[in-house]
Design a protein around this ligand. Sequence first.
Ligand SMILES: NC(=O)c1ccc[n+]([C@@H]2O[C@H](COP(=O)([O-])OP(=O)(O)OC[C@H]3O[C@@H](n4cnc5c(N)ncnc54)[C@H](O)[C@@H]3O)[C@@H](O)[C@H]2O)c1
Length: 341
Amino acid sequence: MNVDFAIVGCGAIGCRHAAVVDAERRGSIVSLCDVELGRAKELAEKYGPEIPCFDDFDQMLRHTDASIVNICTPHGLHAEMAIKAANAGKHILVEKPMALTVKDANEMIAAAQANGVHLMVVKQNRFNVPIALTRNALQTGKLGRIFMVKCDVLWNRHDGYYQSSNWRGRLDLEGGALYTQASHFIDLLNWWFGDVVEVEADVATFNHDVEIEDCGNALLKFDSGVMGALTWTTCVYNKNYEGSITIIGEFGTIKIGGPYLNKIEYWDVRALPLQDDIVFCDKPNAYGKYQGTSSNHDKVVTNVVAKLLNERHHVVEGDEGVMSIKAIEMIYAKARRHRGE
Ligand SMILES: NC(=O)c1ccc[n+]([C@@H]2O[C@H](COP(=O)([O-])OP(=O)(O)OC[C@H]3O[C@@H](n4cnc5c(N)ncnc54)[C@H](O)[C@@H]3O)[C@@H](O)[C@H]2O)c1
């Protein structure tokens, strides 16, 4: 049994999708699409010159035999493309963020349900070694009651990152730095502590010529009662400084850190000491002049294949993906109100 993939968007992360689908034992790339046709063709040259390439998504949907479409285009296009793919009877693996609004995300979920297809969202950080260790500590109750969580996304994005892109920095297509840089972190907080139910927030644009914010602070309350604080910025001088989550529990404290949630910075859990033989092997997605979060897309694709072949799997489906979109919408709404906009 094999799963046939079509990839739309052959930019920075589309290349990674192509590499991991190609390397997946039970996966094949059967179509590639990018408005910049040369990008699709470059991937075809690498992974199979016979793979049909398209510069028009509708045309690809009309011709492809793929059972799943990987959506790797700018945020603002995710909802429309996912709905079209669902209506064409294709399963969907959409990059984060799933959509820019809860309304769009719900329409994607409804389209998938109406067409009997699966809508899955890329959340590869859930496979990071420190994340799995922390999840285990939480699930087994070893931390006792959780009081607080603190999350810092203190990263660098240089001017060229925005200037070389026709969608980054734009409100209509990127939406904000929370969708791009912080959504993986917010996903983990939702996964562990539930929906965000109350927010205080402020944002500012200090050091980039963009329509979106480059600094922000938010105080969060989760439906589990946990108090949270989130600080995010793309203004850190020179290079990414830290991407961290610190959990304060009754019987333990954990700080996951490193630039991309790849290390345990601090672990003091009463009934669960950290083993000293753990191999911290997560690597970053590296895009030339900047680094993103972990490169565990191979694990995402392997689990998507398992799901589509009705095997045991760990995939994040649309109804879970929407939680971080809801939190982000609430944060921006509160920040706008705070600034009297
Ligand atoms: N999971 C992760 O850690 C991760 C990492 C990087 C990017 N992403 C997400 O992946 C998405 C793409 O990001 P990127 O960094 O690869 O951007 P990118 O600009 O490098 O690539 C986007 C590609 O989409 C193509 N495109 C734009 N409009 C199109 C259309 N209508 N039809 C077909 N192709 C079209 C562009 O030509 C470009 O090649 C974003 O949603 C981003 O947040 C996720």
